[in-house]
Design a protein around this ligand. Sequence first.
Ligand SMILES: CC(C)(COP(=O)(O)OP(=O)(O)OC[C@H]1O[C@@H](n2cnc3c(N)ncnc32)[C@H](O)[C@@H]1OP(=O)(O)O)[C@@H](O)C(=O)NCCC(=O)NCCS
Length: 188
Amino acid sequence: MFVPQNKITSSRIFLIKIEKSFNMAQKHYTEVHRSLPELSPWLEWATPQYKIEDSYEYILKCHQEWDKGQDYTYAINNHLDNFMGTISVFNIKEKDKSIEFGYWISTQYAGNGYMQEAVSLLEKEFFNMGINRIVIHTDVLNLKSANVAVKRGFTLEGIQRQKTWFEAEQRYRDINTFSKLKKEYQEI
Ligand SMILES: CC(C)(COP(=O)(O)OP(=O)(O)OC[C@H]1O[C@@H](n2cnc3c(N)ncnc32)[C@H](O)[C@@H]1OP(=O)(O)O)[C@@H](O)C(=O)NCCC(=O)NCCS
């Protein structure tokens, strides 16, 4: 089993196993709601109806999954301990040594390179643990998310045409598959 550290630090940010508390749920809920215009086009759960109870349930689920070694969700915090967003490791395939990343950042902290830094920290953590392949999926229209993958040196493998149905926008999504292999990984 690939079990990462609960806390991973760089000069500007730290990633920490998302805390199971009502206080954390409040922070999560607040940043989601502040960022709804930027999140809702890409994350189906990010709607005006999203409730603080949803944040709390989400955090509980993250804990259960972490403890079972299924998914690993980190809060991304700056060094003032402000919660800025999350990055998750999921779709873990033990045999294939393959994982996937998913992420969002609150609008007030976007555009500062924090997500590239978070991805970089988890690349280091998981490639050093023996993972061979990391995947990032993005809607082809989501240029900011693709930018994170491209800037981190991920390769666009192709586009899965009309992969999913997006009910809120009544459209199919075309999905980019980006990947990075251990042999392509260079620590920066
Ligand atoms: C996708 C998403 C996480 C990208 O966040 P972001 O803050 O734009 O990502 P980055 O960390 O790459 O920061 C981008 C910009 O910060 C700036 N930047 C980068 N490094 C920096 C540094 N060290 N210091 C200051 N600024 C820096 C740059 O302008 C950079 O853009 P560039 O690489 O084109 O030059 C964010 O737009 C988001 O949460 N979107 C909604 C949810 C979503 O789409 N999630 C992904 C679903 S697949």
